[in-house]
Design a protein around this ligand. Structure first.
Ligand code: AMP
Ligand code: ZN
Ligand code: FE
Ligand code: FE
Length: 280
């Protein structure tokens, strides 16, 4: 059997592995294909493509966008993206700027509480265009200002805590369109973590291509439920570990093994879309 992991993060967003380390883990676990889905970024895709190719694995360039539909936040995975598409890069660049400004706001709020976290220490540790709350948490740990990552989230960073800053999000419809414009497939990430399946029909109407049925945090019952939903709406089935490296306990890569037949179906779908766009 051939398997894939289609949900992975590197240090080009809030993961801790380099693309080469991530590809190394994937190769050791025997994966046939891997996708990189850093938050609002495709910065790591070129290095990941080279590393996967050297290890004899197939690579799918991707990203994970934070979006909203009504009041529900959801994450959209984009696959088979043209990572050089200038319009796409400009658009995700806007959200990278939002992320960078949000770091400034979070650190200012932490400083206001008398905690002397230096903003430079967060950017030095993040060292990428798409920083996020985990980087603030790690910088707090590194400076000895909190006990551990959980302590950082509990005291400052989680929703409702004093340094929580809401993130400007794109609408889900915009996100799906953006992924389509760059030749990709749009997939709803970890629907089981959303607790709101009512949005799925609207996402399908907006052109959603697939749904992440298999995810580390999905129970078997959840995966079965989303497989039924995929069947009902004729959606592609995807899955991945959502590995962030060593940022949370032990690396999650290897916990989800998506049968390769689903990757084949994705390739057929993306080829069909490209043919359709040529004929338009
Ligand atoms: P952001 O995109 O900046 O809002 O950060 C989201 C990231 O923070 C995700 O990777 C989450 O897994 C992580 N995160 C959210 N809440 C917590 C928490 N309570 N403890 C540790 N990590 C968390
Ligand atoms: Zn993340
Ligand atoms: Fe996510
Ligand atoms: Fe993720």
């Amino acid at each position: 059997m051939k398997f894939a992991d289609l949900h992975l993060h590197t240090f080009f967003s809030d993961g801790t592995f380099s693309p080469e380390e991530l590809a190394g883990h994937g190769a050791r676990l025997g994966f046939a294909a891997m996708a990189l889905t850093d938050h609002d970024s495709v910065e790591g895709c070129a290095r990941m493509a080279t590393a996967c190719s050297a290890a004899g694995m197939e690579f799918i360039p991707g990203t994970e966008l934070t979006a909203e539909l009504g009041n529900t936040e959801l994450h959209l995975l984009g696959y088979f993206l043209d990572t050089h598409n200038e319009k796409f890069l400009a658009e995700i660049g806007r959200f990278q700027t939002v992320r960078q400004n949000r770091i400034l706001e979070m650190v200012a709020a932490i400083n206001k509480l008398g905690v002397p976290l230096e903003v430079e220490s967060v950017f030095a540790l993040a060292n990428c265009k798409s920083p996020g709350r985990p980087h603030v948490a790690r910088a707090l740990v590194k400076a000895g200002l909190v006990k551990n990552l959980d302590d950082a989230f509990e005291r400052f960073l989680k929703k409702g805590r004093p340094a929580w800053v809401p993130k400007t999000k794109m609408s889900a419809l915009q996100g799906i369109e953006l992924i389509h414009q760059t030749g990709g497939l749009a997939v709803m990430a970890h629907p089981g973590l959303n607790h709101n399946d009512d949005i799925i029909p609207d996402l399908v109407k907006a052109g959603l291509d697939g749904i992440e049925c298999f995810h580390t945090k999905h129970s078997t019952a959840m995966s079965e439920r989303y497989l039924e939903i995929a069947d009902k709406y004729h959606l592609l089935v995807t899955g991945g570990s959502d590995c962030h490296g060593f940022s949370k306990n032990k690396p999650l890569i290897g916990t989800v093994k998506l049968p390769y037949e689903h990757v084949e179906k994705m390739k057929v779908a993306v080829a069909g879309k490209n043919v359709a766009s040529l004929n338009r």
